[in-house]
Design a protein around this ligand. Structure first.
Ligand code: ADP
Ligand code: ZN
Length: 435
């Protein structure tokens, strides 16, 4: 499986893993206390000192960090190493406001790339593979992270970045790419373009895709697997914890294994901050136990998911996180009802004749929320009779009502009228936020 299959760590006895995490946590807390006045103050406010943290069982005593802290401390306030030891910055894509900057020492970069190499290995990647990386390069962590991981595994790496989709397909064919790395929405678009260009999955050599950086549903996975003729693996991460590779999927595709030798995961109640038991849905919190330059402790991701422990069929014992439903701040509250865009995607893609291109438009008229779902017709549907289109509209409306518990106006729109995504998809237009 290559040198990035780390059986000792990935299949470690849970007790041994806790001991390793405890040892690293104790060191990390001391490092942060000594070097990050911002966090030290937070600890002092909670009357905690490094002496109180003797192992992972004391983790709950530490204060949380949130995105607001990162913005407060911008740019250097959470730096734990002299700038002269740092070799890189990366930054969030700014989906939810002002960008956040993270710093890396060379060692941090190595550990991050190792995590990505593990993910590529779990997806079956070896030095025989040709890995096409179409995540954005630059400040966004997607491109640099997978690029580094691909080099470590020894794949022939195609640093394509996103965009220019026909050229992506040309390279994919000419250089016989076997692994594709990009956002799931871009993978769907590449699949769509491949078919539009008159090709089928038999014309390409792709076998696996490593897709992440945004929420995507099981239905979207099936759609992409079919259109590109591959097995699609999920990968998760965020800039604040390094980037992609914090967690990755194995061949069982039943959740993502968290690289617990580098990160301690907790699930908390987002309202009270109380730590919840495994198997309960809540907000994911990470503590980086190996990072040097930007070692966040108990960072609240706002991603909503569930952790499950136990030996996976693949042999790994690393805890698994379910696909995040989205961030707590992606959740729309429409006429008082909580709606996640991923629920809408799931309903749409369950219908055999719907397309993965949709947009959610929320507004306000006469003090009431308006809620419209625009769904793009496929070419075949477009040429159907008006009656069958109306029938489809009615069916989507009914299914949405039963899943969301709220009525949405369904609008079927012409093929190719909804903008495609080359990076993270923008699915929601909420004009209520604009006023
Ligand atoms: P931004 O906060 O600006 O989007 P990042 O580019 O660092 O910054 O994105 C990290 C976020 O992307 C995560 O917190 C999570 O919400 C989302 N994300 C990353 N990977 C996945 C995934 N596999 N599934 C669902 N959401 C993901
Ligand atoms: Zn597994």
């Amino acid at each position: 499986m290559g040198k990035y299959w780390n059986e000792e760590i990935e299949c470690m006895e849970p007790e041994k893993m806790r001991a390793l995490q405890s040892e690293r946590l104790v060191k990390q807390v001391r490092h942060v206390w000594d070097n990050v006045p911002y966090y030290r103050k937070k600890m002092e406010e909670k009357a905690v000192t490094p002496d109180d943290i003797k192992g992972i069982e004391d983790l709950h005593k530490l204060p949380f960090l949130s995105k607001a802290d990162l913005r407060d401390a911008y740019p250097y306030g959470l730096l734990a190493k002299p700038l002269s030891d740092c070799v890189r910055i990366q930054s969030t894509s700014g989906t939810t406001g002002k960008r956040v900057v993270a710093f890396y020492t060379q060692n941090d970069i190595d550990l991050w790339e190792d995590c990505c190499a593990r993910a590529i290995t779990a997806a079956g990647g070896t030095n025989e593979d040709v890995c096409q990386v179409c995540y954005g390069y630059g400040l966004f962590t997607g491109g640099p992270g997978l690029n580094g991981g691909s080099h470590k595994v020894g794949c022939l790496t195609l640093p394509m970045s996103s965009g220019n989709t026909e050229r992506q397909i040309q390279f994919m064919m000419d250089l016989e790419s076997t692994i594709l790395c990009c956002t799931p929405s871009y993978a769907a678009y590449i699949g769509e373009t491949l078919h539009k260009m008159g090709y089928t999955p038999d014309d390409i050599k792709l076998k696996a895709g490593i897709f992440g950086a945004e929420p995507w549903t099981e239905e979207m996975r099936q759609e992409i697997e079919k259109s590109l003729g591959i097995k699609a693996y999920d990968i998760y991460g965020l800039t604040e914890t390094s980037g992609p590779g914090v967690a990755f999927e194995c061949e069982c595709q039943t959740g993502m294994h968290i690289n617990e030798d580098n990160f301690i995961a907790e699930i908390i109640d987002p309202d009270t901050g109380e730590v919840l038991p495994d198997g309960t849905k809540g907000e994911l919190v990470f503590t980086s136990i190996t990072k040097e330059a930007f070692p966040l402790l108990r960072y609240r991701t706002r991603d909503i998911c569930v952790l499950t422990r136990g030996k996976c069929k693949c042999g790994r014992t690393l805890v698994k996180m379910a696909k995040p439903m989205g961030r707590s701040d992606d959740m729309l509250i429409i006429r008082g009802v909580n709606v996640f865009p991923s629920q809408i995607e799931s309903v749409l893609l369950k219908m055999s004749n719907a397309s993965p291109n949709y947009q959610i438009i929320v507004g306000r008229e006469n003090n009431t929320d308006t809620f419209e779902i625009r769904v793009e017709l496929t070419d075949e549907m477009f040429s159907d009779t008006i009656r069958s289109i109306e029938e489809l509209e009615r069916k989507i409306g009914q299914d949405m009502l039963s899943v969301l518990g709220i009525k949405a106006k369904i609008r079927l729109v012409e093929p190719n009228s909804i903008p495609r995504s080359e990076g993270k998809a923008v699915r929601v237009i909420d004009t209520r936020k604009l006023v």
